[in-house]
Ligand binder design. Structure first.
Ligand code: TPW
Ligand code: MG
Length: 566
């Protein structure tokens, strides 16, 4: 076998289903092997950020590796932002970059695409990936590949593999299994027992689930744990879309003051908040009414479990869940809805439904209503959302699988992520995106035909960077021009329609669902200044907090937390 094939087979063995990429001369030999070997399908995009977003979303949907392949320098540097977002949000993304051949690196000439030194790219990627390898020695390559892919899966963070172009065809052995991550069975048992004791002693325990539950494929087991514990479950903002259809006692998504007051109360008043794979970030907790008291929380994240003032290291989340399940009896049927007798009942969130098909202008909530109506009739669709009011609006859409950069908040994710998600799952995806974000990566829709996907895209066209305007209304630069996006769809191989009334929105969505074979772009015109209620509340609270901080003179100290690099 040759080196490139060993790598491709190792990726496939570990759950990767395809490669997203853009070639360049340093990557042409690898792309040739990828295409001709047929080990994994290869999908190309137009601009590297889209390659990264698509691969990231594919990894998130599969709970397995997503793969992005690019060329050295111009290609790999173009991918950096998407990889940084994947790092922040714990997405298992494998970056494969072509590179100058081992022989040509030793000539002493500057190589085209080189930034500062030949190693600059490797060093940049060291900052935003959890493990790196340069496959410049075919004898060591199988071990290096196993080490790096093992870290990607164990830590669920991006990794970086540099493949010098003259090594692609080198003879190479196949890749063995991942090295086992460190484990301590006694520590695991002690940890599981302590967590169970804390929950049992609490008056109002609550479980919050977030990114890692999906990344490690734990949804069914975490749902079972919640049932056996008879503890209500919420998702974080980032974890929205988790546990759909799992039968978990899910009461909603925690959004602090911007969200459902019953959910907010349950979380903020809990005396044992069990944070299961939760990223402790400002978008998840920044809009808390009261500071969530982490000393009373149980936080399982990044292979560690912290209770109060002590931490158990080397505890994989899946192992913790299994150890807890092993100590709990199956839930009696009467407990199925997950409420303990003493805990206050929390009603699940109610979503807006029943769009009036009238001549009124479209507000963001109308889009949520229209989507809920369509999903009630035709079954749920997975959603890929961009950043902006579309993501706040998604909180009013009944629970369905959702991928969005809820924490890193990089614009331009929605369209390519939706395409990547459909390519990998085969399920038609609904994309929610703002006009500002569409200006960044909307053009990738032109690749739908090649990739064989047909997402339905709802473009929230408010001719504005509205989310920024919500925070700083006085700035004129937040007003955007009126691009007629729908008219551009036909040239890219899809159908586009611009809608301004609720009746037109409903009709367009019905037609989009009924039309297969081409992407469907619905450009929903939203009047200036009309925001979702969630964004309004979020922005009000955000401004209030900022002003309070300024009054007290407290500044963000910019703390740096040690990473978990392997
Ligand atoms: C890559 C900063 C956050 S939200 C926003 C900007 C510029 C405006 C989004 O406008 P859009 O949606 O898409 O029309 P809406 O609903 O607010 O009108 N660059 C990147 N990412 C981020 N997050 C920004 C800038 C930002
Ligand atoms: Mg906008």
């Amino acid at each position: 076998m040759i080196l490139a094939e060993s790598l491709l087979r190792a990726l496939k063995d570990r759950g990767a289903r395809e490669i997203f990429g853009i070639p360049g001369d340093f990557a042409l030999p690898f792309f040739k092997v990828a295409e001709e070997s047929g080990i994994l399908p290869l999908h190309t995009f137009s601009h590297e950020p889209a390659v990264g977003f698509a691969a990231d979303a594919a990894g998130r949907f599969n709970g397995a590796l997503g793969v992005a392949a690019v060329t050295y320098g111009a290609g790999a540097f173009n991918l950096v932002n998407a990889v940084a977002g994947a790092y922040a949000e714990k997405s298992p993304l494998v970056v494969i970059s072509g590179a100058p051949g081992v022989a040509e690196s030793q000539r002493g000439l500057l190589v085209h695409h080189q930034a500062k030194t030949l190693d600059s790219q490797f060093r940049v990627y060291r900052e935003i990936t959890c493990a790196q390898a340069r496959l410049d020695d075919p004898a060591r390559a199988p071990g290096e590949i196993a080490r790096v892919l093992g870290a990607c899966r164990a830590l669920s963070r991006p990794v970086y593999i540099e493949l010098p172009r003259d090594q692609v065809d080198a003879e190479c052995a196949s890749v063995g299994p991942d090295p086992a991550p460190p484990e301590q069975p006694e520590a695991l048992a002690a940890c599981a027992e302590e967590v169970l004791a804390r929950l049992a002693a609490a008056r109002s325990p609550v479980m919050m689930v977030c990114a890692e539950v999906r990344r490690y494929g734990l949804e069914a087991r975490v749902a079972e744990l919640a049932r056996r514990l008879a503890v209500p479950v919420v998702t974080s903002f980032m974890g929205r879309g988790l546990l759909v259809g799992s039968g978990a006692p899910l009461i909603g998504t925690y959004l602090g003051v911007a969200g459902d007051p019953a959910v907010t109360r349950a979380v903020e008043e809990s005396d044992a908040l069990f944070l299961v794979g939760v990223i402790l970030c400002d978008t998840n907790f920044g809009v808390s009414q009261r500071q969530v008291d982490l000393r009373r929380a149980i936080h399982a994240f990044d292979r560690q479990v912290t209770l109060g003032y002590h931490t158990y290291p080397d505890i994989a989340l899946g192992r913790l869940v299994d150890a807890m399940l092993a100590r709990l009896k199956p839930a009696p049927a009467s407990n199925r809805e997950g409420r303990r007798n003493t805990a206050p009942a929390v009603a699940p969130q109610v979503f807006p439904r029943g769009l009036a098909a009238d001549e009124q202008a479209i507000a963001p909530t109308d889009i949520a209503r229209a989507v809920n109506d369509v999903m009630d009739r035709n079954g749920p669709m997975p959603i890929a959302s961009d950043v902006g009011d579309c993501l706040f609006t998604a909180m009013d859409i009944a629970h369905t699988e959702l991928t969005a950069p809820g924490y890193y908040a990089g614009m331009g994710y929605g369209v390519p992520a939706g395409m990547g998600a459909q390519a990998t799952t085969g399920r038609r995806v609904l994309v929610l995106v703002g006009d500002g974000a569409f200006q960044m990566t909307g053009w990738e829709l032109g690749n739908c035909r090649r990739i064989g996907v047909n997402p339905i895209v709802i473009l929230f066209n408010n001719r504005s960077w509205e989310m920024l305007r919500a925070f700083q209304p006085e700035s004129r630069f937040n007003a955007l021009d009126d691009w007629r996006f729908a008219e551009m769809a036909a040239g890219m191989g899809g159908d586009g329609v611009r809608v301004t009334t609720r009746r037109q929105l409903k009709d367009a969505l019905d037609r989009a669902v009924a039309t297969r074979g081409r992407f469907q772009l619905i450009e929903a015109m939203i009047p200036a200044g009309v925001q979702s209620p969630t964004l309004e509340r979020y922005a009000t609270e955000f401004k209030r907090k900022r002003e309070a901080l300024q009054r007290t003179g407290i500044r963000d100290q910019g703390s740096v937390k040690e990473g978990t690099d392997a």
